[in-house]
Design a protein around this ligand. Structure first.
Ligand SMILES: [Zn+2]
Ligand SMILES: [Zn+2]
Length: 181
C-alpha cells in the first residue's frame, strides 16, 4: 500500500487492513518456489506520524504461514507475527551516495531508516521484509518432532521403525569378523 505524505497530518494516521500475500512480490515468489504458503490474508496495523522532516511508521502484522517441517518434511501451519518500527526519510540525511529505498541500520536502536523518493511511502516493501524476517530459519512442526528414519524413511512420529534395532555397530561387526575362523 502506498501512502501519500499529505495523508499524515499532525494527529498521525492509523490504518488497519487485510492484504493477500499475492500483493507482495517476494512472498508470492516464496510461494511459487514452494518455500511456504500463506493460507490466510495478512492482518496489518500501521500507525504513521511526522517527526519533523521524517516519518515514523509503527507496524504489526499477523497471519498464518504453512511450512514444511525440516525434520519430518510434513506441511504444518503456524501463526506468524511481528512488531516493527521504521523511520522514513524523504532526503538522504547521512551521505550523498545513499539512493532511494536504501535501508540504513541505526546503531543502538532497533529502528531502520528507509529513504524514499517523492511524496509517497510504499509500505509494501517494508511489510514483506518483516514477514520474511519473521519466518523461522528451521521450521519444526513441533519441538519434539522425531523426524524421518535415515534408513527406511518412515515418519518416526507416526510409528517407530525397526531399523535401529537391526543396525549393528560397525566396530562390533569388525570384532565379530576377527573372532570367526
Ligand atoms: Zn516434523
Ligand atoms: Zn527405519
Amino acid at each position: 500500500m502506498r501512502i501519500h505524505v499529505d495523508q499524515i497530518q499532525e494527529e498521525g494516521l492509523e490504518l488497519a487492513f487485510e492484504e493477500s500475500f499475492e500483493q507482495f512480490p517476494v512472498l508470492a515468489q516464496l510461494k511459487a518456489e514452494g518455500e511456504c504458503d500463506f493460507p490466510k490474508p495478512l492482518q496489518i496495523v500501521l500507525a504513521l506520524r511526522r517527526l519533523d522532516s521524517l516519518y515514523e511508521m509503527q507496524g504489526e502484522f499477523t497471519t498464518i504461514v504453512k511450512l514444511a517441517c525440516c525434520r519430518c518434511l510434513n506441511d504444518f501451519e503456524m501463526p506468524l507475527s511481528a512488531v516493527f518500527t521504521l523511520i522514513y526519510s524523504p532526503i538522504p540525511v547521512f551521505t550523498d551516495s545513499v539512493g532511494s529505498n536504501e535501508v540504513i541500520e541505526l546503531t543502538d536502536q532497533d529502528v531502520e531508516l528507509v529513504m524514499f523518493d517523492g511524496n509517497e511511502i510504499d509500505t509494501g516493501s517494508a511489510l514483506q521484509e518483516q514477514v520474511v524476517l519473521a519466518l523461522p530459519y528451521q521450521p519444526l512442526c513441533r519441538q519434539t518432532c522425531k523426524g524421518l528414519c535415515s534408513t527406511c524413511g518412515s515418519d518416526l512420529n507416526v510409528k517407530p521403525c525397526r531399523c535401529r534395532e537391526k543396525a549393528v555397530d560397525p566396530r562390533l561387526a569388525i570384532l565379530q569378523r576377527l573372532k570367526s575362523p
